[in-house]
Design a protein around this ligand. Sequence first.
Ligand SMILES: NC(=O)c1ccc[n+]([C@@H]2O[C@H](COP(=O)([O-])OP(=O)(O)OC[C@H]3O[C@@H](n4cnc5c(N)ncnc54)[C@H](OP(=O)(O)O)[C@@H]3O)[C@@H](O)[C@H]2O)c1
Length: 327
Amino acid sequence: MLLYGAAGYTGKIIAARAKELNLDFEIAGREADQIQELAIGLGVPYHVFTVDDQHAWQLALACKKVLINAAGPFQYTAQQAIDACLRAGVHYLDISAELETYKLAESLDDRAKEAGIQLMSGAGLFVSYDALVVYLSQQVKEPIGLKVGFRHFGGFSKGSVLSSKNIADLGLLVRKDGELVQSENHGTKVFAFGNEDVECMPTPLGGIILSYKSTGIPNIEEYFSLKLPAAELPEIVADQLPDGPTETERAAGRNGISAEVTGKDGKVVKAYIDAPSGYNLTPLSVVAVANRILNNDFATGYQSPGSAYGTDIIRDIPNTHLHSIES
Ligand SMILES: NC(=O)c1ccc[n+]([C@@H]2O[C@H](COP(=O)([O-])OP(=O)(O)OC[C@H]3O[C@@H](n4cnc5c(N)ncnc54)[C@H](OP(=O)(O)O)[C@@H]3O)[C@@H](O)[C@H]2O)c1
């Protein structure tokens, strides 16, 4: 496995998780000192190159089975990293929350099939999210509606604040009758997370593309427990942003994903996922998917977490549990 963007805030936690599982991996990134120091600490080989250097990609991807791209905002890195994987025949994963990256992966379905690789953008927080949606979609005869509330804990990293601009700029995008459209201003919605009810704000997350791919549910609305950081800041100055929550802060709370699916007959089923906080959950999730690929469990072409792994992948993510909600 190769991990690009390894010296970023989330990249370092992904690397630590890969090390914990004793995976065979190398790291890469564009900042020589940071990558070298990290590689020495982990005891793994490293590569230093910019994302546009296709020759360096070729060398770094030689003899690799899977790439995790953790270098975001992904609008600047996904295209180049995917191109390199298509050329090298290496499976591609990233942790993007940017919908444009999902669309890019979707558009390259045929080329990924030809190359024999799995192309999965959004293999972070959306792994358990999508597994939950697949689970619920199987509880009704013909699922026609999905509403998801996402409760985030742990603040935001610098990279997430920067990337959230790409989400905030989309407006209130929803899926309606199978198409991506601007919402006719649906309001807030209260979602249950075990004993806690949380009012969440309409926000386009990954499900309008990823869960549509996984289930074909034609109507999808998504809600978030917080305002997107980019929507809160009048101006984003990268150097002034904090790296991200400390390990202690990450351990102090949990994430939740609560979803309801409506069937054509009007039946509504609900369940939620209780999971580690965001910057612990993402590394646990993407490494779980990479580990599947390393064990030859993949599907070629553009894939969402749910289309490749269904509900089953939840069992690979530590301390993450699906609970039904009685209607
Ligand atoms: N949905 C999820 O599951 C989830 C969870 C966590 C994070 N994320 C996303 O993951 C991304 C990274 O987050 P983070 O917390 O690790 O941010 P970060 O601490 O800012 O790290 C970003 C890393 O990517 C590198 N990078 C950025 N732009 C690059 C480019 N054009 N070429 C090469 N390398 C580049 C940075 O290198 P330099 O230091 O040299 O700039 C840094 O190593 C963000 O887009 C964030 O939204 C998604």
